[in-house]
Design a protein around this ligand. Sequence first.
Ligand code: ADP
Ligand code: MG
Length: 634
Amino acid sequence: MTTATHEETLGFQTEVKQLLHLMIHSLYSNREIFLRELISNGADACDKLRYAALDNDSLYEGDSELRIEIEHDAEAGTVTVRDNGIGMTRDEVISNLGTIARSGTADFLKQLSGEQQKDARLIGQFGVGFYSGFIVADEISVRTRKAGSDKAEGVEWRSRGEGEFTVADIEREAHGTEIVLHLKEDAKEFADDFRLQSLVRKYSDHIEVPVRMPKVESARDDEGNAIEGSEITTWETVNEATALWSRPKGEISDEEYQAFYKHVAHDFSDPLTWSHNKVEGKLEYTSLLYVPGRAPFDLYERDGARGVKLYVQRVFIMDDAEQFLPLYLRFIKGVLDTRDLSLNVSRELLQQDPKVEKIRSALTKRALDMLKKLAKDKPAYQTFWNTFGSVLKEGPAEDFANREKIAGLLRFSTTHTDSATQDQSLADYVERMQEGQQKIYYIVADSFNAAKSSPHLEIFRKKGIEVVLLHDRVDEWLMSHLNEYDGKALVDVAKGELDLGDIEGEEEKQAQEETAKAKEDLVKRVKEALGDQVQEVKVTHRLTDSPACVVLPEHEMGFQMRRIMEAAGQPMPEVKPILELNPVHALVAKLEGVEGEAFGDLAHVLLDQAIIAEGGHLDDPAAYVKRLNALLTA
Ligand code: ADP
Ligand code: MG
């Protein structure tokens, strides 16, 4: 009997209370996962002790055979999960089992919808592991002691999962942690040998630490009956107990890969794909990388969890080792196990080690190849793209060397389908290029509709030339780092001179020159009327339906990027657009015949309309309205 002293009752952090409530109500149909979570914690605790003992093996306290034990008592209705891992101090117990330490809790809670299925998935992704015990238990007690501490420094934690928990000091012989679940009336089924064994196999085969369960055997009499009082208990290892990634590929089933993914990624749902590689030679490592099917809640947070789980020669070193993958692949989850680093490597050391850079570029290549392979499965790749596409778009700016590869993985809307769904690749585009077409044309706008109906597309639609429609916030920035694909220049149709290359015949070009000459006088008058509001006025042949459009000089920052910079408080130097007039449009023809004040009004209206069509904002909208009204009533 242990005597408890220094007992105190504390309240759970508000977020924990919310989560407990939610979990108990939304995870009912998935409640067996509690065992996976507790075993996973036990395995983590063993990993941590093994790592700490590298420097100081007295921490094992003479017991270096790391393991997890699971017992049950059908009569009492309890299940016990015990490990001889690192254990916890009193302070650690209070913070680990009383709060949610991970950042982003508030964000997480905001995402909860009250819809059972959706919330259940979110909870899994958030990884509130330990508390899942309360799905099946109406009381949990934890007894633990930190490895290497005094026997008197044991701690007992108890709670009914309702709002508070009690901690007390106890004597505890063994280091490590023991968790006893007092099962709810309707969860007694878990206090069963067969059920527990099959759950351990289902969820924990890939964990390297052995998970053991007691097996009771009796001596038999001559008739084969068990002799009462002769029972002996032996411990039997139930799981496979080899690190999944260290096994040969051919022997691992898809189910095993998927189960392991859920363990490393804290995710309920299956990954989209994975890539498992063993490399020997100059570098020696094994990697197992996964593409998740859903975005984690902290994908766009600066300090969001990213990177792989790092092992050195099978010894767990750290979670979220972010040095091994670039930022634009931060959605990739997985494990890296290497012989090339020393066991006492730290985050700081990782930053300096040249081998890290080599492994990083190898893993980057693996990840990109894995995506390329995934792209062959169109529906799966579309799920990937819709979820992580805008993260991958950061790639060309961050990773110059792999620019072409990344470009091949991008998906866009184009005038080929005129659909807002981004599902066309640049390779698709190139294949459809017209004879004589040398460039890939694109337009950037704030929305799909603005891109789709931009006046700049008129000539392209008329000639049946495809244009990529970019409408993501990051798109202009992306394109500023992507100058060509497959040897073909990428050209913004709203910038610089329109050059359709060989698509236009000599005759066409000559006719255009003649029109330009004929309109020289008009162009001069419009420039005079608009003064320094425009850089230049020209006649254009890129329009068929609109009277005018504005164009930016070729190397000028585009409108979308300017607006983003301005919104971020970065003042941008003023840029004057070039106004281009459609010589065959009725309004332009009318303009030619107008004199005096009305000429100036109409010229201004044409300029302002062109700016509006571009999604731009007028400096003086009231003046525009006034002029337009004057023209309408004239
Ligand atoms: P996570 O495992 O994602 O950190 P959990 O809710 O499963 O979240 O566990 C919370 C924390 O409690 C762990 O990070 C760990 O510090 C501690 N903990 C839980 N179980 C154990 C255990 N068996 N041994 C040592 N520490 C544990
Ligand atoms: Mg856990």
